[in-house]
Design a protein around this ligand. Structure first.
Ligand code: SF4
Ligand code: SF4
Length: 490
């Protein structure tokens, strides 16, 4: 490679596991075929650019307006177009200078120009980027294998009982999930074994895994699975099975020591942090199991987020920071409500921990609640690619709506029933206050349920907009630093 060639770094962003359903790769961004001269039939913007090279050369380009920029280290700068297909780009001084030169319209004449355009940092004169919506590829299903839990967290949205999913209900659920996936031409199925505490019904998890494997093979569908757990007690034999089967594990951890104990006590009272730590250090890590750590931030534990992040990163565990969402069971707990300054301060302190350790594997998608680096228009998969199946064999739109199913049985195609349910997961392009936001295709307006609870509307920006807008530049900066470290510039 030419040592003097301008440097532009971009990254692939990792997937995360938490309670919610990730939006799928929702769209690609390409120039309008008629006015921009670039073919938009391709599956990704990079291919669109190389395919239409001739016409690109005949078109003048300028810097994409509303691109977010900030200085990084050693002369490198971060540039992030609202329309970037994935995370931000990092430009060295030569690449930055070249990009700046597009304040005057000119054709793409150098290799770096095409790379800048592929990151949507340039756009044709007289045109702008147009999202091209793609069908989601992953059908995600929450399987509520038990309604029981050994913990009693004050923010939990599950009205718990000792009831559990029967084998017959579980197998029927798996069958209908795969039927739905085939019918709608999904390419993969992702199962989240959840509750309650899913590990209390591990026998069913194993049975459902076997059934899902067989159906995935028969249907030529890829399969991903994750067990969502509080990590309080995972038996050695179950950990062995996780390691052998490749089924992932996600553990909720809300702080270190007292911060966790206060927010995640045992049913009937009692501390849980030491036991969770023992599970991770003595049961999981020795078997090579690296659980995703998910931290739920409330006003109570925000100041302890940094310690929890350090705890996870010291063990090289993926970590995600998520916001508490008020629900009908927690409405009276005012001490949990998000307080902007407390959350922002706690999150920035947590980001300092990321910067201090700076993992080189992608971690952006875990930094800020539902924010995702990949361009997408819907906050989550609700209505489009997400099913919640209760332990009683009912169908709901979201795990926070377990008590408000859209169907009382599991038959036929499940998707139309969740698509027409009460939760409206609309495109960020249709949300007041979001349409012109530079971060709209990352934030997508936040959790629809949380917005509706706070405003009575589905079509407006998140009540946590100020938190998102304050923290997003800091999160992008971390991704820029990560890219520099991964490419050995720092
Ligand atoms: S909620 Fe705020 S940060 Fe998010 S897309 Fe809307 S305006 Fe932008
Ligand atoms: S509606 Fe909110 S809580 Fe439900 S899956 Fe979507 S983001 Fe998560």
């Amino acid at each position: 490679m030419d040592a003097k060639a301008p440097v532009l770094l971009t990254g692939i962003i990792g997937e995360k596991d938490d309670d919610c359903a990730c939006p799928d790769k929702a769209f690609l961004l390409a120039f309008d075929q008629e006015s921009g001269g670039i073919d938009s039939d391709c599956a990704c913007p990079d291919r669109a650019f190389s395919f239409a090279c001739e016409s690109v050369l005949q078109t003048n380009f300028v810097c994409t307006p509303h691109t977010h920029t900030q200085p990084l280290l050693q002369g490198f700068r971060l540039a992030f177009s609202p329309y970037a297909p994935a995370g931000p780009s990092v430009l060295d001084p030569a690449a930055w200078e070249r990009w700046q030169s597009f304040s005057q319209p000119q054709p793409l004449s150098q290799e770096i120009d095409r790379r800048l355009a592929a990151q949507a940092l340039l756009q044709p004169v007289g045109d702008h980027h147009h999202p091209q919506y793609l069908n989601p590829e992953t059908l995600t299903a929450w399987l509520h294998v038990t309604n029981a839990c050994n913990l009693d967290c004050p923010y939990c949205y599950v009205r718990k009982s000792s009831e559990r999913m029967s084998e017959a209900t579980g197998l029927k659920a798996i069958e209908q999930i795969f039927y739905t996936a085939r019918r709608h031409h999904f390419q993969r199925v992702k199962l989240k074994y959840a509750g309650g505490e899913a590990t209390l019904h591990f026998k069913l998890v194993r049975q459902l895994h076997q059934a899902a494997l067989a159906l995935a093979e028969e249907s030529c569908l890829a399969l991903r699975e994750v067990v969502l757990s509080n990590g309080y007690h995972i038996r050695a034999e179950d950990a062995d099975w996780l390691a052998e089967s490749g089924v992932k594990l996600m553990i909720s951890l809300d702080g270190v020591g007292e911060a966790h104990n206060r927010q995640r006590p045992l049913k009937g009272g009692g501390d849980t942090f030491d036991q969770v730590e023992k599970t991770v250090d003595q049961v999981l890590l020795p078997r090579g199991i690296r659980p995703d750590i998910t931290i739920t931030l409330t006003r109570l534990n925000a100041s302890g987020a940094a310690a929890a992040v350090r705890w996870a990163l010291e063990r090289d565990l993926p970590v995600s920071l998520n916001f508490y969402r008020q629900n009908i069971l927690s409405a009276s707990r005012a001490e949990l409500e998000l307080e902007e300054q407390a959350i922002i301060g706690g999150m920035l302190a947590a980001y300092n921990e990321f910067e201090a350790i700076l993992p080189t594997r992608p971690f952006f998608n875990g930094l800020l609640d539902r924010v995702q680096a990949e361009a997408h228009a819907h906050t989550c998969g609700v209505q489009h690619s997400y099913l919640v199946l209760t332990h009683q064999g009912k169908l709901a739109q979201c795990q926070m709506h377990l008590d408000s199913p859209v169907s009382h049985s599991l038959a036929g195609d499940l998707l139309p029933m969740v698509a027409t349910g009460p939760i409206q997961n609309i495109s960020v392009d249709d949300k007041d206050g979001c349409r012109a936001c530079e971060f709209r295709y990352r934030c997508s307006g936040g959790c629809p349920l949380e917005t509706y609870r706070a405003t009575g509307r589905w079509d407006v920006q998140s009540p946590h907009c100020h938190i998102y807008k304050t923290l997003l530049p800091a999160a992008l900066r971390l991704e820029g630093l990560r890219l520099l470290k991964a490419h050995r510039y720092i």
